[in-house]
Design a protein around this ligand. Structure first.
Ligand SMILES: *[C@@H]1O[C@H](CO)[C@@H](O)[C@H](O)[C@H]1NC(C)=O
Ligand SMILES: *[C@@H]1O[C@H](CO)[C@@H](O)[C@H](O)[C@H]1NC(C)=O
Ligand SMILES: *[C@@H]1O[C@H](CO)[C@@H](O)[C@H](O)[C@H]1NC(C)=O
Ligand SMILES: *[C@@H]1O[C@H](CO)[C@@H](O)[C@H](O)[C@H]1NC(C)=O
Ligand SMILES: *[C@@H]1O[C@H](CO)[C@@H](O)[C@H](O)[C@H]1NC(C)=O
Ligand SMILES: CC(=O)N[C@H]1CO[C@H](CO)[C@@H](O)[C@@H]1O
Length: 389
């Protein structure tokens, strides 16, 4: 008896012609390679080729009677041994009553690979001969599951409560790969905007162009903007510690059109520490005139659990000058509540200037909180700047 191992695909002549034609049109194909690759493909059976994490491993198992005898009670088992577990891939547990000479038992097994490293497909066949002898044999087929992509993520906290997520996805395979989908499924706290199209409005062309191929070892950066949903936005100022942002969902296809899919685990972000009192800017112009006062709106959020009595001081820096009275009392703020404070400021120096020098003092504990580099503004000389903020 014999187990004839996987024939990945059987291609009819028409399909081969069509394939060759498509290969010639495919920009990732090297000239003349279409026949070469087809040749390789048709000799695949002894070799599984590459299998990547997230793809579905499929195999055709055929048990054929090479003998001149009818055999009985044939049981075929297919197990997949990974480094951590043994999986049962058999479709059924029932034995086939008899197998006549030249006949086969056919089975197709599927398994979505979820582990990297060495996998061994173990096919075990037991049967009974006409003489009543119970026989058993096994065949092993070893293959490697490789990691297809390398994913790195970075978070950027905006001055508003928005969070920007940059996902770097690198093709680390040696086979052509077509990126079908890369999306972010946000956690329930956030709404997401994908920033990977040239024009946002019409969800137009991808920033990566029409071709969704990754060049060798190339990395692509996908960008997402996450906004806390209204019901969470108020609390955003007082969220402390780790928050769940969401997970990335990546779908690709390899050269035979097999689809692979990977989801990252929940991405987590350490919320920036705001201390007891958070000061952020709600409104600030981009560009202002030199030595001309401009208005900003500060937002002061109570992130504390204790009673405070706050006094606002405004300290001039070498370039930033605060207009108005320093040392003013701010009213009462319940926990999580915020206060909008319009302030006027001017810059005596040109260029990109940091808004700095705000001090909040808690008169109970006599503790002063310093707020420097809150935001930046571009200061220009003599030009008429539109002062809509
Ligand atoms: C393997 O799975 C099949 C289908 O779910 C089941 O019928 C069979 O009993 C299982 N075999 C073993 C050894 O668990
Ligand atoms: C966020 O998503 C919810 C639905 O999940 C929607 O009702 C709401 O308008 C969205 N908010 C923004 C700012 O897009
Ligand atoms: C992916 O990268 C490998 C080398 O790292 C390269 O050989 C292969 O062609 C790349 N795939 C695509 C679709 O660019
Ligand atoms: C912030 O909230 C706490 C808790 O209620 C309160 O005791 C404290 O006075 C508030 N701080 C300010 C500055 O209003
Ligand atoms: C800060 O600068 C402004 C504008 O030049 C000026 O009116 C104010 O007196 C300065 N404050 C201090 C404390 O020097
Ligand atoms: C009786 C009969 O045809 N037996 C066949 C079982 O299969 C082997 C291999 O194909 C043949 O050689 C036998 O003749």
């Amino acid at each position: 008896s014999e187990v004839n191992m996987p024939k990945k695909k059987t291609l009819s002549q028409t399909v081969r012609d069509l394939f060759g034609q498509l290969m010639r049109q495919d920009p990732s194909t090297i000239k003349g390679a279409e026949t070469l690759m087809l040749g390789e493909m048709l000799t695949l059976p002894q070799n599984f080729g590459n299998i990547f994490l997230g793809e579905t491993f499929s195999s055709y198992i055929s048990v054929h009677n090479d003998s001149s005898q009818v055999v009985k009670d044939i049981l075929v088992k297919a197990d997949l041994q990974t480094s951590s577990q043994r999986l049962n891939l058999s479709a059924s547990n029932s034995a086939v009553a008899e197998l006549k000479p030249e006949c086969c038992i056919d089975d197709v097994i599927h398994h979505e690979v979820k582990e990297i490293g060495t996998h061994i497909l173990v096919c075990a066949v037991s049967y009974t001969t006409q003489q009543g002898e119970k026989l058993y044999f096994r065949k092993f087929f070893k293959f490697q599951v490789l990691k297809p992509l390398d994913v790195k993520t970075k978070f950027y906290n905006a001055e508003t409560d928005e969070v920007f997520l940059e996902a770097q996805i690198q093709n680390i395979t040696t086979s052509p790969m077509f990126m079908e989908k890369v999306s972010l499924e946000p956690s329930m706290m956030y709404n997401v905007t994908e920033l990977n199209t040239v024009t946002q409005a019409d969800k137009g062309e991808s920033t990566f162009g029409k071709m969704s191929y990754l060049q060798p070892m190339d990395t692509r950066q996908y960008l997402y903007c996450l906004k806390p949903k209204p019901e969470y936005a108020e609390k955003a100022g007082i969220i402390k510690g780790v928050t769940v942002i969401g997970k990335l969902d990546i779908v690709w296809k390899t050269n035979l059109g097999e689809r692979g899919r990977l989801q990252t685990s929940q991405l987590q972000r350490m919320a920036p520490g705001y201390g007891d009192i958070r000061l952020s800017l709600d409104l600030i112009p981009d560009t202002v005139n030199l030595e001309e006062p401009f208005d900003i709106i500060c937002k002061i959020t109570n992130c504390s659990e204790r009673t405070m009595d706050l006094v606002l001081e405004m300290c001039n820096t070498s370039s930033i000058h605060w207009c108005g009275i320093s040392g003013r009392q701010l009213g009462k703020l319940s926990p999580g509540a915020f206060l909008s404070l319009p302030l006027t400021v001017l810059s005596s120096v040109q260029g990109l200037q940091s808004i700095s020098g705000l001090r909040l003092t808690d008169t109970f504990l006599k503790r002063t909180y310093e707020y420097d580099d809150i935001a930046q503004v571009c200061v220009v000389y003599g030009q008429q700047v539109e002062s809509d903020i």
